[in-house]
Write a protein that binds this ligand. Structure first.
Ligand code: AMP
Ligand code: FE
Ligand code: FE
Ligand code: ZN
Length: 276
């Protein structure tokens, strides 16, 4: 029997991962995956290259994205699968998101400066190098300058979600991110739901129109997996999963550490057919 597996949450150097799209595909093959989805933060710029490399090597690459939104003081990540990534409406909005993220880096750097840390926004942009800029680039720049011992140290002390240099500043509410993905022909899925430690909030997001939950995720305990599976059943949602690999840029390289059976991908495609 030949069972196929997928890893549906991966980043490249078009956002805050370190692999190029081609490297990502080759590493996916090495991890014995048959299918991946590239889900960079707020961009699909790496997609065409990943798909082309996938085609050359017999790996299916599904279009994906991870959209950042904010709810109160919380950062919320909504995955969008099988989006019509060539649509002008979609691409124009992503340009705006990219610009807003640049402004956000300036604000984060300003807060860090206020804490007495000597860092320039250009130190961060030298690292992000045209990619969608985020906190992981800030952290790498600070490690490079010896301002912190590690990226985790940086998140703990300064730029983590409740840190003194944290800045929200995203364009969308979760509802708007979900609507944006649906308008773009995609399937909105709540990324790493454990992060909220708040079951009611997850249910609120489901009621905003999510079509799936990222049940399988490296940080999810067996209890959380069971709970999110039961929620998916109750609300008739798709189940997805992925490793959230950022290459060598964050802890260990984790591509393929989560492998979901391919029938979950087939269900996602059926949903796209049904709603398209
Ligand atoms: P941003 O989109 O700029 O808010 O950055 C979000 C990214 O930062 C996530 O996708 C992770 O890659 C990384 N991140 C968030 N929190 C942490 C943390 N506590 N430790 C390490 N990386 C983190
Ligand atoms: Fe990230
Ligand atoms: Fe995320
Ligand atoms: Zn991610």
């Amino acid at each position: 029997m030949n069972i196929k597996f997928a890893d549906l949450h991966l980043h490249t150097n078009f956002s805050d991962g370190t692999y190029t799209p081609e490297e990502l595909v080759l590493r996916a093959l090495k991890a014995n995956l048959s299918c991946i989805s590239l889900t960079d933060h707020d961009t699909t710029e790496g997609l065409e290259r990943a798909m082309a490399e996938g085609k050359r090597n017999g790996l299916e690459v599904l279009p994906g994205i991870e959209i950042s939104a904010q709810h109160g003081s919380a950062e919320v990540h909504i995955l969008g699968y099988l989006i019509d990534y060539r649509s002008d409406l979609f691409l124009n909005k992503l340009q705006e998101l990219k610009r807003i993220r640049i402004e956000r880096i300036y604000k984060i750097v300003e807060k860090l400066n206020g804490l007495g840390l000597r860092l320039n926004a250009d130190d961060v942009f030298a690292l992000s190098n045209g990619a969608v800029a985020g906190r992981l680039h800030v952290a790498r720049a600070m490690v490079g300058k010896g301002l912190v011992n590690s990226i985790f140290d940086d998140f703990d002390k300064y730029i983590g979600d409740s840190g003194p240099a944290y800045e929200l500043g995203f364009r969308f509410t979760p509802q708007e991110a979900i609507d944006f993905i649906i308008t773009s022909g995609g399937i909105p899925v709540l990324a790493h739901p454990y992060i909220f430690h708040n079951d009611e909030l997850v249910i609120d997001f489901i009621k905003s129109g999510l079509k799936g939950l990222e049940v399988y995720y490296p940080e999810h305990s067996q209890g959380e997996v069971n709970y999110y599976l039961s929620l998916a059943k109750e609300y008739n949602l798709l189940v997805t999963g992925g490793s959230d690999c950022h290459g060598a840029g964050k802890s260990k390289e984790r591509i393929g550490s989560i492998k979901v059976p391919y029938y979950l991908v087939e269900r996602m495609k059926q949903e796209k057919e049904r709603s398209g």
